[in-house]
Design a protein around this ligand. Structure first.
Ligand code: AHR
Length: 514
């Protein structure tokens, strides 16, 4: 979808170079109708640090923080505004240590376990299957359960499916009723393990493919309308052999999605601060985020060989920026602040997913509250939403909208001899007929002049919203929770079916046309 511009740059080591070619974006509606699945806008909540406990669940007996069945009301309200389409739980790496039967029944009788992956803290299992699935009902979101393959058993996962989904009489549905829930929740999305190449069991792709076939076979719920959506644990970034092996060895009847995990990280051994990053670290983060474009294209082309009709979805069920934890916090809790850099990652990545919506039909930002690139941070009874939250909120107009393919010719952002596009974009037409174009300028120093060519369709009205701030490293704090928030965008003008846009440095804009 992206056309490379031929741009001459003067290279100067250690500083940003903007190039001075014109940015041109052309809407090229084609004959095919491709829907941007709302499930691209999914989230992920793991039993990790303060995501579930503190961040989401404060307990039924909590007298200071307003809650519904122990789930914070402020978090429920904020997530509902995002229209989150699905929520992945309970991990992550935690999923392959999780035995779901520990988290059902009277809370006082549930066993305490050790969360071996994340800080070695005690997990008292007070937030379990009922708590999560009832919360999903409150949030009006679809649950995505990640099953334990690494340290679990086939029967255990088969039982979980029966427990949450079976309406008739059976050992597991009787147990569910004993625990207070009559009707099944009818969960459609099921992950068969997580990161099987790593924390999920250090398996080879061939071994995992065989294990997958066995687990998937016994996760039977033929009554679920449309069948279960089973998702195979996917590749670590550029491990293309993983995708190739799964596509080759897993029968189509057993799989609806193949996952992919990729984090925007500078260097796993030197991740850098979430707030005090150098220009070089900023560029490296954005380069790693932009790599998602290549990953999606290369994994998709492998999938195309085995599945030319694109029946199997590419599910990017972990993505986001990963930095050092905030000073003084538990290193195993992955708590990080969220600056305008994170808004750039979110805007660019969601544009990539939208533009590849034919194959990328589900994705999950890591993670929802207090962990990694969170949309929400909490501190006691205080809560704030991050710049990433605002991008997700601005982009929700693309959910289930019809993709308008684009040709993008962008200036480059260059640093020490390396270049990535400064401008990214995606566009769609919503069910109400309105067209939305989301634009991101990741250049930290220069505004971008962009011409958007609207093709044949005539529009009369243009409006827009913008997210930016005075400084790239700005963030929302508990003292100033609304420091960064969207504002009306005045930098776009519609004339002769073209839009002239002046997009400020490090900003995200969403335009609306009708
Ligand atoms: O999101 C944090 C961790 O990153 C997840 O538990 C794991 O799947 C990945 O490595």
């Amino acid at each position: 979808m992206y056309r490379k511009s031929i741009i001459v740059t003067f290279l100067l080591a250690g500083s940003f170079i903007g190039t001075w070619a014109q940015n041109v974006i052309k809407l090229v509606p084609g004959p095919d109708t491709i829907t941007i699945s709302r499930h691209i806008y999914g989230h992920f909540a793991e039993h990790l640090g303060r995501c579930i406990y503190d961040g989401i669940y404060v307990g039924e007996d909590n007298g200071t923080i307003p809650h519904t069945n122990g789930v914070r009301n402020d978090v429920i309200e904020a997530l509902k505004k995002l229209h989150i389409p699905n929520l992945r739980w309970p991990g992550g790496c935690f999923a392959d240590t999780y035995h779901w039967k520990d988290g059902i029944g009277p809370k006082g009788k549930r066993p305490s376990i050790v969360n071996t992956w994340w800080g070695g803290v005690t997990e008292n299992n007070s937030f379990g299957t009922h708590d999560f699935l009832n919360m999903c009902e409150l949030l009006e979101t679809e649950p995505y359960l990640a099953g334990n393959v690494g340290s679990g058993e086939v029967q255990e996962l088969a039982d979980w499916v029966q427990y949450v989904n079976f309406d008739g009489k059976s050992p597991m549905s009787d147990l569910r009723r004993e625990n207070g829930r009559d009707k099944p929740w009818k969960v459609r999305f099921w992950g068969v393990g997580n990161e099987a190449w790593g924390c999920g069991g250090n398996m080879t792709p061939d071994y995992y493919a065989d294990i997958y076939r066995k687990y998937a076979t016994f996760m039977s719920d033929w009554t679920n309308s449309g069948g279960l959506f089973r998702i195979a644990s996917g590749a670590n970034s550029a491990d293309y052999n993983w995708t190739e092996t799964l596509m080759k060895r897993i029968p189509k009847s057993l799989v609806k999605g193949i996952a992919l995990h990729h984090y925007a990280v500078i260097d796993w051994s030197k991740k850098g601060s979430a707030t005090m990053y150098s220009d070089e670290q900023y560029f490296k983060t954005m380069k790693s985020a932009w790599f998602m474009n290549e990953l999606v294209e290369k994994h998709s082309s492998i999938m195309d060989k085995y599945d030319p009709k694109k029946e199997i979805a590419l599910v990017v069920d972990e993505w986001g920026g990963w930095y050092e934890v905030e000073p003084g916090t538990n290193p195993g809790f992955l708590y990080q602040q969220n600056t305008m850099r994170d808004a750039m990652i979110a805007g660019m990545t969601l544009n990539i997913f939208n533009n590849h919506a034919e194959r990328v039909r589900m994705a999950n930002l890591a993670q929802t509250v207090n962990v990694l690139q969170a949309v929400i941070l909490t501190e006691g009874d205080k809560m704030l939403v991050t710049p990433t939250y605002h991008v997700m909120e601005m982009y929700k107009v693309h959910q289930d909208a019809t993709l308008i393919p684009l040709e993008v010719s962008s200036q480059s952002l260059s640093f020490s001899g390396e270049s990535i596009p400064a401008v990214s974009a995606s566009a769609s037409t919503a069910k109400d007929g309105k067209t939305h174009i989301s634009l991101v300028n990741i250049d930290p120093k220069n505004q971008q002049e962009i011409t958007v060519n609207l093709s044949d369709k005539k529009y009369k009205n243009l409006s827009g919203r913008l997210l930016t701030s005075a400084k790239l490293r700005d963030f929302n704090s508990f003292d100033k929770p609304d420091f960064i928030k969207p504002e009306a965008f005045k930098g776009a003008e519609l004339k002769n079916n073209e839009i002239s846009v002046t997009l400020p440095p490090f900003s995200v804009a969403v335009l609306e046309l009708n």
